[in-house]
Design a protein around this ligand. Structure first.
Ligand code: IPE
Ligand code: IPE
Ligand code: MG
Length: 250
């Protein structure tokens, strides 16, 4: 394993339905086994010392799926929050949720709110669940917040810059997104962290989410460590910056 560990990893957990379908099982079985992957990846991330892990669990657009699938997903989310409570509390994990949380049924929102509140002062790793989440929706909400401040006279329009907008997003307090993984072979963002992904390294893997366990994560981290992140600079400039910050040998 390389020493160049990302601070913040985001995962688009995709492929549950297809995983089940090839096994001639109902889609929800894929979601159920996918929850096991969430447990393993969360545990491994904590052990590795990641600062932040953000999991895309349910998109704003996923509300339009068949009602029985949505209902089963809500039940699984509730089960997850109840079953994982002890693990999250015992391991200093801070649970955070982003998205249109008010839209979630009380059976999810109640255990979610309780766990977010009770783990709020944990410093181990921030686990963010993107629930009823859309990157565009999140940007629109931030725009409304800033517009309201301008209307109230507490913010000058000229003061709105990349930093202001970034901090207004629900991810504003998290470290920058370094690595974005999508499972299941699809190569798109599907409305996840549009703003935050500006300089994230993207890794697409063919494995379906229910089969994505810690060894798959380690491979993605190795791929990440082999990338050169230039942020618009040249390789030569990066080499110079590195020699600036690193103490000279001897
Ligand atoms: C990801 O798996 C989970 C959610 C979007 C809730 P999918 O349910 O999208 O699985 P596929 O992509 O249909 O295989
Ligand atoms: C993205 O997966 C949303 C989540 C993983 C929660 P989808 O399966 O909903 O995305 P599309 O429809 O393939 O773009
Ligand atoms: Mg999908």
């Amino acid at each position: 394993m390389s020493t160049s560990l990302p601070r913040h990893v985001g995962i688009i957990m995709d492929g549950n339905g297809r995983w089940a379908q090839v096994r001639r099982q109902p889609r929800i079985e894929g979601h159920r086994v996918g929850a096991e992957s969430v447990r393993d990846i969360t545990r491994a991330s904590r052990q590795l010392g990641l600062e932040a892990l953000t999991l895309y669990a349910f998109s704003s657009q996923n509300w339009s799926r068949p009602a029985d699938e949505v209902a089963a997903l809500m039940q699984l989310l509730r089960d997850y929050l109840i079953d994982e409570r002890a693990e999250i509390m015992d391991n200093q994990i801070r649970l955070h949720a982003i998205g249109d949380i008010e839209r979630l049924p009380p059976l999810v929102r109640d255990p979610l709110d309780a766990l977010c509140r009770d783990s709020a002062d944990h410093r181990g790793m921030t686990l963010t669940l993107a629930l009823s989440y859309g990157g565009r929706e999140s940007l629109a909400r931030a725009a409304r917040t800033l517009a309201a401040q301008v209307a109230a006279g507490t913010l000058r329009p000229e003061a709105i810059d990349v930093d202001t907008l970034g901090k207004t997003l629900p991810t504003g307090e998290l470290p920058p997104l370094d690595l974005l993984i999508r499972t299941s072979g699809e190569q798109r963002i599907s409305n996840f962290m549009l703003w935050e992904a500006a300089y994230a390294e993207l890794v697409f893997v063919d494995v379906m989410w229910p089969d994505f366990r810690r060894n798959e994560l380690y491979k993605c981290l190795e791929a990440y460590a082999a990338r050169e992140r230039r942020f618009g600079l040249t390789s030569a400039q990066l080499a110079e910056t590195e020699s600036d910050v690193e103490p000279t040998a001897g």
